[in-house]
Design a protein around this ligand. Structure first.
Ligand code: HEM
Length: 498
């Protein structure tokens, strides 16, 4: 009898808890309806990101799924119980990102000053007014003349990569070009930002490469979960005191950076890299005398720089392997123009129009950061409507979906660099193509990323032909746990000397 009443009490408590949770998690579900905003019906506890929570879809695919559910210019949806808005129409997107930027200058991503003293100063997560101050001071780091000087360091790494490939290919073997691209960009970032050679090609156990792999290791559930919380559910990341980047990695990068900085101060040697530029900021600007702010910029360049460029390079090699005609045309351009300039360098790259078209098309099909996020910093009236977006509402822009919408890019599955030819490029709708984001908060390293990717590709293509093998996938499957786009299985390709 006692046991029976115990079970009855237990069942009763579970039912009450379930009902309470249900009511709590669904309390906002009329939010968009009450505002007269078209919205997608949510599921209790999950909102509209069921597949995202179960890590069945990568972040780009989550927003693409939502994008396809309506044709309206903007739609309401829910992340768990939180009302969010997804912008679909390029003209509305322009308003949010550019014209009315003063309402959307912050990202939704968490800035966790309590638990992550380094990443809290990283430009990507900084909130205003600190973001504006740091962004203004960091912007001159990426001027064309500074990148030109740094491009000499990138050329050295590209030559090392080609030498390595030359020694390691054999006709029957395939190489994982995702891994090669990663080695290349890790060495580029290490030499241009940290002023050291990471020797990823010479040394199998390069520490910088290990750190890079750990930073965005989507197969590590903790990393995948932490990142997903930071972007989609900042309140959960805060509650569980998560850090933005892996603390072991930030500690390693901090130690390296401070050691290199100290030795640079003692030796007074200049290497025309970012350390030199950050040293100048440290000497001349009070704000940068706080070590953590300075370290954060180096950590940010490292984290934001290697994965984006290496993935773009790997996706490019994959598409070129599938399209030998495009690859040959590109190689011809590289040969002709590099001969004219005495090699592949900053100046010759500027003349390689077809290379530029190919990279643009790669970034159309595979925008490495497949969505943008912002947060309303004040109540905002959507122009032409009487709808008010409340302060603190997260705003998402589905880049991957826009880039693959046949209305803007006919036959989006087709890899076609001609979309970006001089005659065709003007037909692309403004704000339907944004691989580097848009507005004052766009990618600060876009130029640097493009030069790195193009130098890497040009060096490889001048020396090698890239081919698919039976191990190469016909269609890339994105890693469902990824925040950035990355291939689930690597990029198995065959290289032959030209
Ligand atoms: C192919 C390479 C790259 C791609 C596709 C890319 C893409 C992006 C995108 C889409 C954003 C968000 C922009 C927005 O919200 O409007 C972004 C932001 C950012 N990127 Fe990149 N990126 C690349 C390379 C780099 C490199 C090489 C660096 C640095 C060395 C870098 C540093 C940053 C930083 C610091 C931000 C945050 C800017 C801010 O909040 O003010 N990126 N990037």
């Amino acid at each position: 009898m006692v046991i029976f009443s115990f079970i009855a009490e237990l069942v009763f408590s579970v039912v009450i808890i379930f009902i309470a949770l249900y009511l709590y998690f669904t309390r906002n579900f009329n939010y968009w309806k009450n505002k007269n905003v078209p919205y997608i019906k949510p599921l209790p506890f999950f909102g509209n990101i069921y597949n995202g929570i179960l890590m069945r879809h990568c972040m780009g695919e989550i927003f693409s799924d939502l994008y396809k559910k309506s044709m309206k210019p903007f739609i309401g949806f829910f992340i768990l119980d939180k009302p969010c808005i997804l912008l679909r129409d390029p003209q509305i997107i322009k308003k949010f990102l550019v014209n009315d930027f003063q309402y959307f200058y912050d990202r939704n991503v968490l800035n966790n000053i309590r638990d992550d003293p380094i990443s809290t100063h990283v430009l990507f997560v900084l909130k205003n007014p600190e973001w504006k101050e740091i962004r203004t001071k960091i912007t001159p780091v990426f001027t064309s003349s500074k990148i030109k000087v740094m491009s000499k360091l990138i050329e050295d790494v590209a030559q090392e990569m080609v030498d390595y490939l030359g020694k390691n290919i054999d006709v029957n073997s395939t190489m994982d070009m995702k891994d090669i691209s990663l080695k290349f960009t890790v060495d580029v970032i290490s030499t241009t930002i940290f002023g050291v050679n990471a020797y990823s090609f010479k040394n199998k156990n390069s520490e910088f490469k290990e750190i890079a792999q750990k930073l965005f290791n989507w197969d590590d559930l903790l990393t995948a979960f932490r990142m997903r919380c930071y972007f989609l559910a900042p309140a959960i990341a805060k509650l569980f005191r998560m850090s933005f980047l892996d603390p072991y990695c930030t500690r390693f990068l901090k130690k390296c950076f401070l050691e290199i900085m100290d030795s640079r101060i003692v030796s007074k040697v200049s290497r025309n890299d970012l350390i030199d530029i950050l040293l100048q900021l440290k000497n001349n600007d009070e704000q940068f005398m706080d070590g953590d702010i300075l370290v954060a910029q180096a950590v940010m360049f490292f984290a934001a720089g290697f994965e984006t460029s290496s993935s773009t390079m790997a996706f490019a090699l994959y598409e070129l392997a599938h399209h030998p005609d495009i690859q040959n045309k590109l190689r011809h351009e590289i040969n002709v123009i590099s001969e004219k300039h005495g090699g592949i360098n900053f100046d010759s790259l500027k003349e390689m129009e077809y290379l530029d078209m190919c990279v643009k098309e790669v970034l159309r099909k595979y925008p490495v950061l497949p969505f943008l996020d912002r947060k309303a910093t004040a109540n905002y009236n959507i122009p032409g409507t009487d709808i008010i977006i409340d302060r603190d509402t997260p705003v998402f822009i589905p880049i991957l979906a826009l880039h693959n919408d046949p209305r803007y890019f006919p036959s989006p599955e087709k890899f076609d660099p001609e979309r970006f030819s001089k005659t065709n490029v003007n037909n692309i709708e403004n704000f339907a193509y944004m691989p580097f984001g848009e507005g004052p908060r766009n990618c600060i390293g876009a130029r640097f990323g493009k030069i790195t990717t193009k130098l890497g590709l040009a060096y490889i293509l001048k020396t090698f032909m890239i081919e698919t093998t039976r191990l190469t996938e016909n269609k890339i499957k994105f890693n469902p746990k990824g925040v950035v786009l990355s291939s689930l299985t690597g990029m198995k390709l065959r290289l032959n000397k030209v």
